[in-house]
Design a protein around this ligand. Structure first.
Ligand code: PLP
Length: 459
């Protein structure tokens, strides 16, 4: 098993990081001589190594993105070849071969008539672009009043001001208010917390009720992830997305599938919507498009949504200097070659039951309330009482997650996510090349740490 007994080798990086680096979503004040910044300096396959040489199983694939696994030198070779041929050109009024080839390849993989690819540098920009496109599309058709956006509670769609209006996590929003107008939130599909007599159609009905409440003439789009990440891998009830599709059609509202995490094999398919059999109008992608070897995102629009922008003197007045960067596009092409050659989607479908099965065995621990998810995207919800599903209050949750679990999992060589954006969960999203050895390792560390968490923190 990977263990991470910290030997203190002073590389000087700790001090420099504490003085100069501003880490994202991080309590910088919490790092001192006794609390090191985890500095990851090397990676290979499913494992990463810190500056002291300690090995960790990357149970989160970076941040849900290194899907093909770390250390693939052929991606570097593809990048080097591209730099020799063409280092950079922009997509502002120009095109270049790799962006064209990649757009065509993405379109050939995307379901139905999702044929038009608009590149960005990451997921937040992809969401931001999709929201602007939805508004602009309706305006092009003379329906300029349609500008509002329906998103789900606790969902994370990014941090830029437009994307943040879709993000449904109160603590991420309040400090930056006022929000971009138009964001409306509806219940998610946290079925574990639904009363037993609740109808399966309840959450989709809530979307229609909100559209009607707002006035369909004012609503541009609904945005949802195939499996909602924040809150802990909420899977949809049967028929949910089909019903949402019908609601969107009934009210002339675009359906945006935010697949920044769920695309590229995470759920065993190139796109998450394929797993649940629905056809969105726009898909947003990023992260594993390049398996995170270079930053890149995109929105994929249907022919219908793109059509008004493809005629006469019309244009989508939106863009980013680096979007569709030739080096990132070359790496994405190399990444998709690996997906094809190694059938990573097929591997996830073949192995997800084994992975899930190992996590299910943790149900005998008193702290494990629910195990849920799809593909290589799973969550364990922790509870104080299995029978009543009683959760932790804010202070307990802080003590459990930040005071114990995060550090203990890391100390034992497992990187995963202990998260309380909803109720406290541990999230697992290992590289898609993971197999029995890694599942067993994840299981063993979790069993030990969750047992100790119950003894030390809860009981
Ligand atoms: N949308 C979803 C569903 C995400 O999970 C994320 C990031 O995790 C984003 C958007 C934002 O992506 P990025 O961090 O690349 O801006």
């Amino acid at each position: 098993m990977a263990t991470a007994a910290s030997q203190s080798v002073d590389t000087g990086l700790q001090q420099l990081a504490r003085r100069h680096l501003w880490m994202h979503f991080s309590r910088m004040g919490g790092y001192d001589a006794d609390h090191e910044i985890p500095i990851i300096s090397r990676a290979e396959g499913c494992y990463v190594y810190d500056e002291h040489g300690n090995r960790y199983l990357d149970g989160l694939s970076g941040l849900f993105c290194v899907n093909a696994g770390h250390g693939r030198t052929e991606y570097g070779e593809a990048a080097a070849r591209q730099i020799e041929e063409l280092d950079f050109y922009t997509l502002w009024s120009y095109a270049h071969p790799r962006a064209i080839e990649l757009a065509a390849r993405i379109a050939s993989l995307a379901p139905g008539d999702l044929n038009r690819v608009f590149f960005t540098n990451g997921g937040g920009e992809a969401v931001e672009s999709a929201l602007k496109l939805a508004r602009n599309y309706h305006r092009m058709l003379g329906k300029g009043q349609k500008h509002k956006l329906i998103a789900r509670e606790v969902a994370y769609h990014g941090t830029t001001m437009g994307a943040l209006s879709a993000t449904g996590i109160t603590d991420l929003r309040t400090q930056f208010e006022p929000m971009t107008p138009g964001g409306c939130h509806v219940p998610n599909t946290n079925v574990y917390r639904w009363p037993e007599d609740r109808e399966e159609t309840w959450a989709a009905d809530a979307i229609e009720e909100r559209i009607v409440f707002e006035g369909p003439e004012s609503v541009a789009a609904v945005i949802l992830e195939p499996v909602q990440n924040a809150g802990g891998c909420f899977v949809p009830p049967d028929g949910y997305f089909q019903q949402v599709r019908e609601i969107c059609d009934r009210h002339d509202v675009l359906m945006i599938s935010d697949e920044v995490i769920c695309a590229w094999g995470r759920l065993g398919h190139y796109f998450g919507c394929e797993r649940f059999g629905y056809q969105p109008d726009i898909i947003t992608i990023a992260k594993a498009l390049t398996s995170a070897y270079a930053p890149m995102g995109a929105l994929i629009a249907s022919d219908t949504v793109a059509a008004p922008f493809m005629e006469g003197d019309a244009s989508f007045a939106h863009g980013f200097t680096f979007a569709g960067h030739p080096v990132a596009a070359a790496i994405a092409m190399a990444n998709l070659d690996v997906f094809e050659k190694e059938d990573l989607c097929g591997h996830v479908l073949a192995k997800e039951a084994e992975f899930r099965g190992m996590l299910e065995t943790l149900h005998d621990l008193p702290i494990v309330g629910d195990v849920r998810g799809a593909g290589f995207f799973q969550a364990i919800e922790m509870v104080k009482d299995k029978e009543t599903k009683e959760t932790f209050n804010e202070e307990e949750s802080e003590r459990l997650l930040r005071g114990f679990l995060s550090a203990e999992l890391y100390k034992r060589g497992l990187i995963c996510r202990a998260d309380d954006r909803g109720d406290p969960v541990i999230q697992l999203a290992p590289p898609l090349i993971s197999d029995t050895e890694q599942f067993e390792e994840i299981h063993d560390v979790l069993r030990a740490v969750l047992t100790e968490a119950w003894d030390q923190v809860v009981s």
